[in-house]
Design a protein around this ligand. Structure first.
Ligand SMILES: [Zn+2]
Length: 106
C-alpha cells in the first residue's frame, strides 16, 4: 500500500461553521456557557458530518445531515436572503439585482 500521506479518500470540506461541543454541553448544561468552536462541515460516505476541535475533548464528530443533496437544497434557498451581494439593492421586501449577470449570492 502506498503511504503518500494524502488526505482521507472521500472527505470533502463543505464549509466552515461555528459549533458547540456536545460533550462540553453535557457537563455544563447552559448552552450559553458552552464554548463556541470553529469547525467544518465534511462530506464523507455521502453523509454530512460536523467536525470541531475542542480543547478538552479533542476532535468531536457528529452526524449533521443524512444527505449532502438535502443540505445543498436547503442552503440554496437560505443564501439570497442572508447575505445580499453589493450589486443588489433592497426594495421593500424583495432584493433586486442590478448586475448584468447575477453573482453567486444574488
Ligand atoms: Zn468539549
Amino acid at each position: 500500500m502506498p503511504g503518500t500521506g494524502q488526505p482521507l479518500r472521500g472527505d470533502r470540506i463543505h464549509r466552515s461553521v461555528t459549533a458547540f461541543c456536545p460533550r462540553c454541553h453535557e457537563t455544563n448544561p447552559p448552552l450559553a456557557q458552552a464554548r463556541r468552536l470553529s469547525g467544518v462541515l465534511l462530506i464523507r460516505d455521502d453523509r454530512v458530518w460536523l467536525e470541531r476541535g475542542c480543547p478538552d475533548h479533542g476532535l468531536v464528530r457528529t452526524l449533521y445531515d443524512e444527505s449532502p443533496e438535502i443540505l445543498r437544497y436547503l442552503e440554496q434557498w437560505q443564501a439570497p436572503t442572508k447575505q445580499p451581494a453589493s450589486c443588489c439593492r433592497t426594495s421593500s421586501s424583495t432584493a433586486i439585482c442590478a448586475a448584468p449577470v447575477p453573482g453567486p449570492t444574488c
